[in-house]
Write a protein that binds this ligand. Structure first.
Ligand SMILES: Nc1nc2c(c(=O)[nH]1)N[C@H]1C(S)=C(S)[C@@H](COP(=O)(O)O)O[C@H]1N2
Ligand SMILES: [Mo]
Length: 395
């Protein structure tokens, strides 16, 4: 199901005009109302204070919950499920989970226990939903109204997909896509192609693709795709197929709706189609995480995160005046590699008044965040710096 329209959130927004009016009197955003929903059972181990519950299948990390120590904890990481997750029984015997390989010379199913003997690699990467920032588009794109928190930077451990393909005799020649299938049980009576999470990515993704069983040093939680998940650093969230049960090298992209018409960039008002750009490589992006409201006059630490997406981030600038003047902001902490984000902190002396804080990142190839996001029907890939700015008052 490519449509991530989120009925529970709309209910909160539309169903309670009184609550909404009083919330705006209190200066709360509509998101603060949604935050009052309790954590769903399957993620009851997460930190409720750090999360906005849009629905049982969509949880967003609060903007100011992201700190400067780079890694987003499992307890704070956002959740996005197109379908309800499989039952917890799939993580009782993790090593017994199997993934079927096709499009290799010796196709077969391979257990997680065996995968662990084929090679191990650890990578830090930003996991970000295609719709992160959707709420900032003016055309009210349908889907979860993510602001900045459908993203986190985490460590994954697993085996390079390349190593598995080699162990299975190598990839059959002339297959330009890797197509992976999620392990959800699909409801009976509906066209499976309209619901299944099956994504194709171009072969160039094989350079960095891993089959991961560990997240930030812990066995991959079911909610994040355990026991085994495809991770393609630098690619949008949807390509990182959870509970992966099949990896196939294929001649064509899958005709599953989530690939054929879903996650396609097209003009507002137009339906999705296979000839439109697919949400694969992520673009350069940054946002300020603190302060978000009011601070005392004097030295103020403006902090945020910046990443290059598929390329390494080179630098980030901050503006205090809505984008008229910019100054470089230093990164904080080690560089965890091309696919990780880098926290930044700029300490400035601020006098009382109102400030419009903006951040603007540039990747190593010289791509800089544009002022405006590219409006598109489903509100994907927003990296415009203006909409990601924050207004603060210094008192
Ligand atoms: N099997 C499966 N994989 C999936 C999804 C899903 O619904 N099912 N959602 C995708 C989307 S749209 C995103 S943004 C990421 C979210 O990963 P997370 O829930 O671990 O944060 O998983 C992707 N992989
Ligand atoms: Mo997503």
């Amino acid at each position: 199901m490519s449509d991530n329209f989120d009925p529970r959130r709309r209910q909160v927004l539309l169903g309670s005009a009184v609550a909404l009016a009083s919330a705006s009197l209190l200066g709360l955003s509509p998101l603060s109302l949604a935050a009052e929903m309790p954590l769903p059972d399957y993620v009851n181990w997460k930190t409720p204070e750090a999360l906005i519950v849009h629905s049982a299948n969509t949880l967003e990390t609060k903007r100011d919950a992201i700190g400067t120590s780079i890694v987003t904890s499992n307890e704070q990481l956002f959740i996005r499920n197109n379908l309800p997750p499989p039952p917890p029984s799939i993580v009782t015997d993790r090593d017994a989970w199997t993934v079927a390989f096709q499009g290799v010379k010796n196709p077969r199913s391979i257990s997680l226990g065996e995968l662990k003997t084929l090679g191990v690699q650890t990578v830090a990467s930003v996991l970000q939903c295609s719709g992160n920032g959707r709420a900032f588009f003016e055309h009210e794109a349908s889907g979860t109204q993510w602001e900045t928190g459908a993203a986190g930077c985490v460590f994954w451990s697993g085996v390079p997909v390349k190593a598995v393909a080699e162990a299975l005799g190598g990839i059959v020649d002339g297959l330009p896509y890797m197509t992976s299938t999620g392990g959800e049980e699909l409801p009976a009576g509906l066209d499976p192609k309209s619901l299944m999470v099956e994504r194709s990515v171009p072969m160039r993704a094989l350079d960095q693709a891993i089959l991961a069983w560990e997240l930030n040093g812990e066995p991959l939680p079911l909610a994040h795709g355990g026991p085994l998940r495809l991770v393609i650093p630098g690619y949008y969230g949807v390509n990182n197929v959870k509970y992966v049960k099949q990896v196939a090298f294929t001649a064509e992209q899958t005709d599953a709706a989530i690939q054929a018409s879903g996650y396609r960039i097209r003009p507002v008002g137009q339906p999705g189609a296979p000839d439109q750009p697919s949400m694969w490589e992520m673009n350069v992006k940054s946002w300020i995480t603190q302060p978000l409201k009011q601070v005392k006059a004097g030295p103020v630490a403006i902090q945020g995160v910046a990443f290059g997406g598929a390329k390494e981030v080179k630098g980030v600038e901050v503006s205090l005046d809505g984008g008229k003047n910019w100054q470089a902001a230093p990164f904080v902490g080690p560089n965890l590699g091309q696919y990780a984000w880098r926290p930044f902190v700029l300490i400035v002396d601020l006098k009382p008044g109102n400030y419009s804080l903006m951040s603007r990142a540039t990747d190593v190839e010289g791509n800089t965040q544009p002022q405006e996001g590219l409006a598109n029907e489903r509100g994907y890939g927003h990296n415009g710096w203006r909409d990601h700015g924050v207004g603060i008052s210094i008192v």
